[in-house]
Ligand binder design. Structure first.
Ligand code: PMP
Length: 382
């Protein structure tokens, strides 16, 4: 049986992408590579909503987050980090490690940060070098309103606005240029339909000016060095060549779907299918509809159910693999991933197997109610 991986990442890989990655290796200094790199980085721009160059690092998303911090700041700089969960806290840790003076805007896990909250937080502060925020908080399934957060940053400071898009980009709408995001980063293994190992990053003109005048000691993660090599259609050191071949196939798949706006629509439908099915089963969701993530849904432990046993039962008997909760939400929620290579039919399958598991645990509910609700959302989207 195949593993039904409904996780926040890594996520399933399309066959077309696997085959693209199985091509013969090529030199990263060859004309063939330059063509692949130039074409692919151009084609992926709509996924970021930017005209800026997309830089490709042979790394996880963390390295791209660290590159942003390392290249724009110096020890002692004042920064603001908006944190609504585990990955906001992660940005705090990176900033603290780099000796920055971190002003932390902490929200309760499960909530989003609003424009007004960020504006009020910024008003009494001065000399803020950068504001960091998570677009999609993977630990809670909250999609922060980054467009509005960007407005607050511009209205109340001269700071750069740096966004971790790791579990959003490829599934959620992104308009980096219009929304005034100065650095947007993501990783390959979430909504981008690729295995782990490639980080994607784009930098605004405003951020490049800061980077140019910053005395950064980054070497492997030097963005100036990435920019210099990017002009030649290459990267400073050996890139993840096979993953870039895979990324080219991902761009084909997005085109085949009808363009990135269609991919975004599919994620929206899947989000609604999952949420409506849980409503129909009277199982609570962690987040409000307004800030619900299109890529991952945090579901509260159904009342009276031992979550650990339920999740491992689903895996063992039905090969359905959900992720548990992190930190304070451990045992309180589980996370249903619906990003990347995932379709409404996959949601129908997972909800149906979830219901089978609930029946095995003699959980009181109306069998079929969740599937029916998910089906209704799907059919009305066609
Ligand atoms: N940010 C977010 C929002 C994430 O979900 C993750 C991975 N779960 C990361 C950062 C870290 O990315 P990576 O594990 O690829 O380094």
């Amino acid at each position: 049986y195949p593993n039904i991986l409904r996780h926040p990442g890594p996520t399933p890989i399309p066959k077309k992408v696997e085959l693209a990655m199985a091509q013969d290796m090529i030199s990263h200094r060859s004309a063939e590579f330059v063509k692949l790199y130039r074409e692919t980085t151009e084609r992926v721009k709509p996924v970021f909503g930017t005209k800026q160059d997309i830089l490709l690092l042979p790394s996880g998303g963390t390295a791209a987050m660290e590159a942003a911090v390392a290249n724009i700041t110096s020890p002692g700089d004042e920064v603001v980090v908006v944190t609504v969960g585990a990955f906001g806290d992660y940005f705090v840790s990176i900033c603290e490690k780099y000796g920055l003076n971190v002003h932390k805007l902490q929200k309760k896990w499960g909530e989003a940060c609003t424009k007004e909250e960020l504006a009020d937080f910024l008003k009494p502060l001065s000399n803020i070098k950068a504001v960091f925020a998570t677009y999609n908080e993977t630990s809670t399934g909250v999609l922060n309103p980054v467009e509005q957060l960007g407005e607050a940053v511009r209205e109340h400071s001269d700071a750069l606005f740096i966004v971790d898009g790791v579990s959003a980009i490829g599934g959620a709408p992104a308009e980096m240029d219009k929304w005034g995001i100065d650095i947007l980063v993501t990783g390959s293994q979430k909504a981008m339909m690729l295995p782990p190992g490639l980080a994607l990053l784009a930098v605004s003109d405003k951020a490049w000016k800061v980077i140019e005048s910053n005395d950064s000691s980054a070497y492997y993660l030097s963005l100036l060095s990435y920019r210099e090599w990017n002009e030649k259609g290459m990267t400073p050191n050996t890139p993840a060549v096979s993953l870039i071949m895979g990324l080219s196939a991902v761009c084909d798949l997005i085109d085949e779907e009808g363009g990135f706006s269609k991919t975004v629509e599919r994620h929206e439908v899947m989000k609604n299918m999952v949420r409506k099915s849980m409503n129909a089963l009277s199982i609570d969701l962690l987040t409000a509809d307004e800030y619900a993530s299109p890529t991952i849904t945090a579901i509260r432990t159904p009342e009276g159910l031992d979550l650990g046993s339920y999740i491992s039962h689903l895996k063992k008997k039905y090969h359905l693999d959900f992720a548990g909760g992190l930190g304070p939400l451990q045992g309180k929620i589980f996370r249903f991933g619906h990003m990347g290579y995932c379709f409404p039919s996959d949601i129908l399958e997972a909800v149906s197997l979830m219901e089978a598991g609930l029946q095995d645990f003699s959980y009181p509910f109306e069998p079929g109610a969740g599937v029916k609700a998910a089906q209704e959302v799907y059919l009305s989207s066609l």
